[in-house]
Design a protein around this ligand. Structure first.
Ligand SMILES: [Zn+2]
Length: 279
């Protein structure tokens, strides 16, 4: 029987936060069995905590933000993605601000910090989210469908007008090796026409070509070459892996995602919680 896992040692990363542009420090710490994933704000009085659950999501327009009362934590999805694939059930993620460092806009730096710290089995059986009956969520152009499977499989279609190599489609079983080589390095991207609006909203102050690729007029603008020809769909899969962990358990299911985004990913995680509660 598979056991629950936590960090073996504490993991540490520091860098610039995407929206505020402020310097941020992130620590991923060991935690007790059955405690789940908790984000902790060490810059606030009393070090308030927020559980990483879909029911605590307060905004999912541009990234996944969790919160309660006055405590918010922005952009949790890439850390959650790396934790999911590393099989981490229990951890406290400590931050000294409202966002983690964005690093290079992918999950690679988070994966690296977790792998370097190592993970250990705990004395409790791992509980997985498995699909009892198919679930779907849809809206706008998005459709997400979940069916039973004994491993995590994701098939994703991403499509943007004016995007090179459009549409992009990838279907894969998400093993740790596949994730490390094919998914974790895929970076965040932003549509040029959305940038102005984001800046007007006071967001993406820490955004630069160091941590995002920009889609503009059929071209991708980025500092280094594309890491994959279909980097966009790979990043969409990276985000799904992070967002569905907000159901509170590692997921073993088959997921089909057409034009996914955080808002509907989080809706799906909410439906997954409901199914788990109704069993
Ligand atoms: Zn992302």
């Amino acid at each position: 029987m598979e056991k629950q896992r936590t960090l073996k040692n504490q993991a540490f990363l520091s860098g610039i936060a995407l929206h505020t542009g402020a310097r941020a420090t992130l620590k991923i710490l060991p935690a007790e069995p059955n405690s789940g994933i908790t984000f902790r704000r060490v810059d606030m009085p009393g070090n308030p905590e927020v559980k990483a659950l879909a029911t605590n999501v307060v905004d999912a327009r541009r990234g996944t933000t969790i919160g309660n009362q006055n405590t918010v934590v922005y952009t949790v999805e890439h850390i959650m993605s790396a934790l999911h694939v590393c099989g981490v059930d229990n951890t406290v993620v400590e931050m000294d601000g409202q966002e983690p460092p964005i690093a290079d806009g992918s999950a690679k730096p988070y994966l690296k910090m977790i792998l370097e710290a190592g993970t250990v089995e705990q004395d409790a059986p791992a509980e997985f989210w498995t699909c009892k009956s198919p679930i779907y969520v849809e809206g706008n152009d998005t459709k997400l469908v979940v069916t039973p499977s004994d491993e995590l499989k994701i098939s994703c279609l991403a499509s943007f007008e004016g995007c090179p190599f459009d549409p992009q489609y990838l279907s894969a079983t998400i093993t740790p090796d596949f994730y490390r080589d094919e998914i974790a390095p895929a970076r965040t991207f932003v549509l040029f026409r959305d940038l102005e609006q984001l800046l007007a909203m006071g967001l993406v102050k820490g955004g630069s070509l160091d941590n995002a690729a920009i889609l503009h007029d059929g071209a991708i603008i980025c500092k280094e070459e594309l890491r994959y020809r279909d980097e966009i769909v790979r990043h969409k899969i990276l985000d799904i892996i992070g967002d569905i962990l907000l159901c509170g358990r590692r997921v073993k299911a088959n997921i089909i995602a057409i034009k996914p985004g955080h808002y509907f990913n989080v809706q799906l995680a909410g439906e997954m919680i409901k199914q788990m509660m109704n069993k």
